[in-house]
Design a protein around this ligand. Structure first.
Ligand SMILES: [Fe+2]
Length: 356
């Protein structure tokens, strides 16, 4: 998301989850344990970052953040987009610099684009670009071959392998430790819907690709018998706007803005897939720069009068820290744990408020 809207959009309070000393000792004790019959490691950790490097101060924080991420023992890192401010320059130089910074990661590094990285480039202060042209350049620089960024690489499957979706190189998936990981190119700023006709056309094409990629990911996870699905994307799809009314009242949610909503189709598809899969699904996003772990998905009206408003228990949402906070989230994946995922906030000491 861009800097201007930062403080206005969070409607749900934070639920921070810290591991108790006992739990942490238990998890460390489990390192390397592989449950019988499960392909790949039974326990591993992931670095989850995004919404960084907005201004000179947050630019200075990024090396501290990456130092800590590099020191951690991680299977891979995912950056969910927004590698610059929404009104800062969108030239090729900044794209190439960010690519070099991401490639310097000690761990395999997967990046999915955010709105600041191309959509907001129409702004005069960002250079007054055509966002679609900037998106094409972003794809050319960041998404080549079948491997991730970083010093170590991760082999990924790209949606562009299908001729029908040849443009969508940025949508990738991979499996690790019998968990399926997938990125969806969904962005803040209402997913580019409702600003100008050209943006609507871009939204429609990308939305169709995202829905197909989401469905394919769940089809593969079912076929392969994966234990869980983790979806990474930049946009906060604003679960608050489809809460059952008593939850809306309890959480003081304001009415949804009157405009075509850029996440309607995604939310419906997500509900269908999460219910059909039946096992653990996590959605990891950024955009609103507000660390939280919660369970915001409820059955919609389409589920029928008996089920409408019931919690969908096998779904969890996690949002990582974002500008001006230079912190990250450690995702612990443990196939011996019935929930599979644990999320631990990682406060980078050098990036604490008030540090010189
Ligand atoms: Fe952002």
């Amino acid at each position: 998301m861009n800097t201007r809207r930062y403080s206005a959009r969070s409607a749900v309070g934070p639920i921070t989850i810290s591991l108790s000393a006992f739990c942490f000792a238990f998890l460390v004790g489990c390192a390397g344990v592989q449950p019988a019959g499960e392909p790949g490691p039974g326990r591993f950790e992931i670095g989850f970052i995004g919404d960084q490097q907005y201004d000179p101060e947050s630019e200075a924080k990024f090396p501290h953040l990456m130092d800590e991420v590099n020191r951690a023992n991680l299977a891979f890192v995912v950056h969910i987009g927004d590698f610059k401010g929404g009104s800062s320059q969108c030239d090729d130089g900044i794209f190439k610099q960010r690519k070099e910074q991401f490639d310097a990661s000690r761990h395999p590094f997967v990046y999915t684009p955010g709105d600041n990285d191309w959509l907001d480039c129409y702004r005069p202060k960002a250079g007054g670009y055509d966002p679609v042209e900037r998106l094409a350049k972003l794809r050319e620089i960041f998404f080549q071959g079948n491997q991730s960024l970083g010093q170590r690489k991760l082999t990924v499957k790209r949606q562009s392998d299908s001729p029908q979706f040849s443009k969508f190189r940025e949508n990738v998936r991979w499996t690790y430790g019998n968990v399926l990981f997938v990125t969806l190119h969904m962005v803040g700023s209402n997913n580019n819907l409702g600003r100008v006709p050209e943006a609507d056309a871009e939204y429609r094409e990308r939305n169709a690709a995202n829905l197909a990629w989401l469905k394919e990911a769940f089809d593969v996870a079912r076929r392969e018998g994966n234990r869980a699905v983790a979806i990474f994307m930049q946009a906060n799809p604003l679960f608050e706007y489809r809460l059952p009314s008593r939850r809306e009242r309890a959480l003081r949610v304001r009415p949804a803005p009157k405009r075509p909503f850029g996440f309607t189709d995604f939310m419906s598809a997500l509900e269908v897939e999460v219910l059909a899969f039946g096992k653990t699904v996590v959605l990891l996003h950024g955009d609103t720069h507000y660390f939280r772990v919660d369970k915001p998905l409820f059955r919609s009206k389409e589920a029928g009068p008996r089920d409408w408003g019931r919690l969908i228990e096998n779904f969890t949402r996690v949002e990582t820290f974002g500008f001006p906070e230079g912190h990250w989230v450690r995702v612990i994946v443990d196939l011996n744990d019935s929930h599979v995922f644990t999320f631990k906030e990682q406060i980078v000491d050098k990036n604490r408020f008030g540090k010189p």
